[in-house]
Write a protein that binds this ligand. Structure first.
Ligand SMILES: C[S@@+](CC[C@H](N)C(=O)[O-])C[C@H]1O[C@@H](n2cnc3c(N)ncnc32)[C@H](O)[C@@H]1O
Length: 288
């Protein structure tokens, strides 16, 4: 067990959850160490050795945890991050507040939520899982996830099945990074019906300092968009802004979020920059 101790605490927890087939949150109990068999210990050692070679742990385990949901991950698809959990939790609170206000929403009025650049589907899946207990979810709420990567969409569909979720659809589509109308009728219709959009698009400016394990292992199209990282984010603001969508929650880079907030003022009456838990400006919340 010595080698695992050299890894950060959250990685130790991920490994224990994986090998012992536990919920990630249950690995805090120190008594579980005494339950580890020799076979499990060998498995842990193998994982730790691979991790020391630099591959991101979630790609080794082929899973990640996102807001309490176990999400399948594979090489070629972006690993969901804790800061996105924070954005999703804020978005979830907003959606719940709107649903409560709209208690008498007529059955025929769908409440459409779209997760643009959905990757593994982590955000859309977490929303569907959390909202599925409300009665209104079964009647009115429809959630869509859209991503350009076929690998990501296949994985998102697999995750939906594994979590036994409904009222949730994933589509492969490459959004233009230009400010243009969406040609594809199905996707244009989904965006047009969206009341709220959430997105964690590629947003890293070129030339930024990035950890080796990110650059060497994660798909570049999930990381970069234009020299300053704003191209796709602006296109997403444009799509949300020129359609009836009321709310847009966007993750961005600390160096470009203010620029995006200024751009969003062309379409939204309110655009607020929000800090993450470490105090960095990372999120843009827009409302019409
Ligand atoms: C930073 S990752 C976020 C994935 C997921 N939302 C999450 O938080 O884990 C960005 C995602 O955008 C997708 N993407 C990149 N360019 C795109 C485009 N033009 N249209 C749609 N999706 C795109 C990538 O395939 C990748 O899955």
């Amino acid at each position: 067990m010595n080698s695992i101790c050299k890894l950060p605490k959250h990685e130790q927890k991920l490994i224990l959850a994986h090998v012992l087939k536990l919920d990630y949150s249950k690995t805090l109990d120190p008594r579980i160490i005494s339950q580890i068999s020799l076979k499990q210990q060998t498995k842990i050692n193998k994982i730790v050795q691979k991790r020391f070679l630099g591959k991101p742990l979630q790609y080794i385990l082929q899973e990640a945890w996102f807001l309490g949901n176990n999400i399948k991950v594979k090489s070629g698809v972006f690993i969901p991050r804790p800061e996105t959990e924070y954005l999703t939790a804020m978005f979830m609170d907003k959606v719940k507040a709107i649903i409560n206000l709209d208690q008498d929403l007529p059955v025929q009025d769908d409440f459409v939520i779209v997760d643009l650049c959905c990757g593994t589907g982590a955000i859309a899946l977490a929303l569907a899982n959390e909202l599925s207990s409300s009665e209104i979810f079964q009647q009115n709420i429809k959630i869509f996830g859209i991503d350009s990567s076929k690998l990501a969409i296949n994985l998102a569909k697999q995750n939906k099945k594994l979590l036994s979720l409904n009222n949730l659809q994933f589509y492969q589509y490459k959004l233009s990074d230009k400010l243009v109308k969406i040609e594809n009728k199905l996707i244009a219709n989904i965006i047009c019906r969206a009341k709220a959009i959430i997105s964690n698009p590629p947003y890293i400016p070129l030339g930024s300092k990035i950890a080796d394990e990110v650059v060497n292992y994660e798909p570049p199209e999930a990381l970069f968009s234009g020299y300053d990282g704003t191209h796709l984010a602006k296109a997403i603001i444009y799509q949300a802004g020129t359609n009836p969508c009321q709310y847009l929650y966007l993750e961005a880079h600390e160096t470009n979020v203010e620029k995006l907030a200024d751009f969003a003022k062309n379409y939204f009456s309110n655009s607020e920059v929000v800090k993450d838990l470490t105090g960095r400006k990372r999120f843009l919340i827009c409302q019409k």
